[in-house]
Design a binder for this molecule. Structure first.
Ligand SMILES: *Cc1c(COP(=O)(O)O)cnc(C)c1O
Length: 371
């Protein structure tokens, strides 16, 4: 019985062709060709003028926070339900992450909780579109405008999702993406920062070039302390090929999700999965099942059953506030983040997942639940 992974990249002939071309020819004069093309085409896909390719989403977020001059004494608000990558850059710049609760249905930032957390020190809101679900961008933008905050989208999990006619990651001061091997599309490792603000783009470009000013004729002359989170041309070649297939990759995620939803929500009354709000499209990066309260204590039995059946089983993100990273910060009250963490888990959803394999996943879940 073959193992079923929870995610796996889909690599076609085009990907191999572009990477081979980059490795053969992408040097000297051509050493930025795929990078420039990937940035241009990615920005165009989002409907934005600018994008900067990076070595990771974490690095892109670090650069963006620095470009906004966020630093010691400043606060940045984000959801307690998150992977550490969305919060770590706030620590890197010396600011304080303020964790707030999420909404019951979207598992993303609760705007009312954000509003309560705003203080004179607040500088930005990081809206993470969790598992493909869209954060409440309209309400968050109202709060950001009213209090003079930047709204940042961490769209690493929502490439391909659409919010009221706008691609996820095109509705904020800047957005960040990840091309880690588990994401909708991959460059192995890699990330992107996207924005419609030309001045912000120039800031992040300079910061990502070790602080060397564009056009400075002096050699080896940083005019400020910067970083180096660059994407290689080889990775960008892979990114160009994956981006050409993005609609196909997203469409398949949605097909996989539809099969799970149809069968699991019928078989498990009271369960829920990733929502898709009116006028929105969810790319369903990570199909996630939330068990009803009555079955919550069976969650770990289900995960055991999946592992026994050769299926990767991943729990929902645990509240960041419970991790040692946040031990020195004031305690927060995030009951929904804690509740969701106990009764939810992620389902396998890679491109080549067959319907037979999906059936094996569904059978293992129902067996574990004994429903
Ligand atoms: C994967 C992920 C990241 C981290 O991306 P890297 O490229 O590994 O740095 C950040 N935020 C979210 C929401 C993610 O899912």
């Amino acid at each position: 019985m073959s193992k079923i992974y929870y995610t796996k990249p889909s690599i076609g002939e085009r990907e191999i062709e572009y990477v081979l071309d980059a490795v053969r020819n992408g040097w000297g004069e051509q050493c930025y060709d795929y990078i420039n093309r990937f940035e241009r085409e990615f920005a165009a896909y989002l409907g934005l003028p600018y994008a900067l390719a990076t070595s990771s989403c974490t690095g892109a977020l670090h650069l963006g926070l620095r470009a906004l001059n966020i630093g010691p004494g400043d606060e940045v608000i984000l959801a307690d339900t998150n992977w550490i990558a969305s919060a770590a850059p706030v620590f890197y710049v010396g600011a304080t992450p303020v964790l707030v609760d999420v909404l019951e249905d979207s598992w993303c930032l609760d705007p009312a909780a954000v509003e309560r957390a705003i203080t004179p020190r607040s500088k930005a809101i990081i809206a993470v579109h969790l598992y493909g679900n869209l954060a409440a961008l309209d309400e968050l933008q109202v709060l950001a405008d009213r209090h003079g905050l930047a709204l940042i989208e961490d769209a690493a999990e929502a490439l391909g999702s659409v919010w009221r006619g706008h691609k996820a990651g095109s509705c904020s001061t800047f957005s960040v993406f990840s091309f880690h091997g588990t994401k909708v599309m991959t460059t192995g490792e890699g990330g992107m920062l996207a924005t419609r603000d030309e001045a912000l783009l120039k800031r992040v470009q300079q910061l990502n070039n070790h602080g060397r000013a564009a056009g400075d004729l002096r050699q080896f002359w940083p005019c400020e302390l910067g970083h180096k989170y660059k994407m290689s041309n080889l990775q960008a070649a892979l990114g160009c090929a994956q981006l050409e297939r993005i609609d196909e990759l997203v469409a398949h995620k949605r097909e996989v999700f539809a099969v799970y939803r149809e069968q699991l929500l019928t078989a498990i009354p009271g369960a829920s999965m990733n929502p898709q709000a009116a006028d929105c499209l969810n790319s369903y990066w990570m199909p996630t099942l939330v068990l009803p309260l009555a079955l919550a204590e069976r969650r770990d039995l289900v995960l055991q059953q999946m592992i026994q059946s050769g299926i990767d089983a991943r729990i929902f993100f645990q509240p960041l506030s419970d991790t040692p990273v946040f031990a020195d910060l004031p305690p927060v009250s995030t009951p929904r983040a804690h509740d969701l963490a106990l009764r939810s888990f992620n389902l396998p959803s890679y491109h080549e997942l067959t319907i037979t394999e999906q059936q094996r996943v569904i059978d293992a879940i129902l067996q574990g639940l004994r429903v």
